[in-house]
Write a protein that binds this ligand. Structure first.
Ligand code: XMP
Length: 324
């Protein structure tokens, strides 16, 4: 039997009842697999790793060790939410590593997009490996692999090029949601009691804001991006229907502005809003002009260094969703 093939008779998980049934079966299976051993999980705060963490907490409690690596490229409030939900509420055994300086130092002066992704991926593995080596008695590594990752149909995780852990750290894998599609993962997440903004959150690249701070990342431009992104998310989420993905990018250019009668150069924030089914093609939905104006006004008034806001209305193809 192909252990990486979803059983054709497997019922699609579309209701809380079916999710609870899945959770019950998985808890039993996880307890059987893990026994009294320890399992390690890199918890990004994305839907998949969060659902795996919540399942494992229910199944094996503090035999689960979660590692949340903050690479400094997360969105505003993200590490705080991971700590609040998993450490404070679900009582997870959570190791928080603020590696911002290490990542930004490694990224200094690196402008080429694929090189940036590689630097971020390699540093992530290095930090995770360091944390794993500090722990003893770990036998298992949990992963938020989902079925589209196995089918390799979606471009979302096909971008991952983080490589792997070294051979002497080859743990046995625990992949409780590997036969689920994304919508099923969300139903399970909801049934596990995870907050809506975690369960229904928009896709966010592994290299995070690193691929939206175009060219060589500098701390001040990255901070401007993080603040502008928080404003974009807050205003777009007030709409009745939010686009599939909405964020901003900040190119490595400056444009002219006028302040106190004097010309000066400032950054340009670009708003990106797209709808798509599978991220292979994407369209740009209408956004109320009033919302765009509110975003513009808030960014210009409160984000240091920015003096211009643009809205990217390009479709995929030919433009990719991300700018890098
Ligand atoms: P593009 O830019 O190729 O993006 O149209 C398609 C989808 O993939 C996401 N994306 C990434 N996800 N690591 C990821 O985990 C990455 O490096 C990466 N680059 C793009 C993007 O946000 C969109 O949803």
């Amino acid at each position: 039997m192909d252990t990486n093939k979803r059983d054709e008779n497997m019922v699609r998980i579309t209701t809380p009842e079916l999710a609870n049934e899945f959770i019950g079966t998985q808890i039993k299976a996880l307890r059987e697999q893990i026994g009294d051993k320890k399992v390690l999980l890199a918890l990004s705060g994305g839907v998949d790793s969060s659902v795996v963490a919540a399942l494992l907490i229910k199944a094996v409690g503090d035999q689960l060790v979660c590692v949340h690596v903050n690479h400094g490229l997360l969105r505003k409030g993200e590490p705080e939410q991971v700590i609040k939900v998993f450490r404070d509420e679900l009582k997870a055994n959570l190791i928080y590593v603020d590696a911002t300086d290490r990542f930004l130092d490694k990224l200094a002066g690196v402008a080429e997009p694929e090189k940036k992704r590689k630097v971020i991926g390699a540093e992530f593995i290095r930090i995770f490996e360091e944390e794993a080596r500090k722990l003893s008695g770990i036998n298992f590594l949990a992963q938020g692999t989902i079925y589209p990752d196995i089918l390799e149909s979606g471009p979302v995780k096909a971008h991952h090029n983080v490589g792997g852990l070294p051979d002497d750290l080859k743990f046995e894998l625990v992949e409780p949601i590997k036969f689920l599609f994304k919508d099923e993962v969300r139903v399970v997440g909801k049934a596990l009691g995870l907050p809506d903004n975690m369960v229904y959150r928009q896709p966010f690249p592994g290299p995070g804001l690193g691929v939206r701070c175009i060219g060589a990342i500098t701390r001040d431009r990255l901070e401007a991006l993080r603040e502008a992104d928080a404003i974009v998310r807050e205003e777009i989420e007030k709409l009745d229907k939010t686009p599939w993905q909405y964020f901003c990018a900040i190119p490595d250019i400056k444009s002219t502005g006028i302040k106190d009668g004097k010309r000066y150069m400032g950054w340009v924030v670009v708003i990106r809003t797209v709808n798509t089914v599978d991220a292979v093609t994407a369209t740009v939905p209408e956004i109320p002009f009033a919302t765009l104006c509110t975003i513009r006004d808030r960014i210009i008034a409160s984000v240091p260094g920015v003096n211009r806001v643009a809205w990217d209305i390009s479709e995929k193809p030919v433009s990719t969703i991300e700018w890098e």
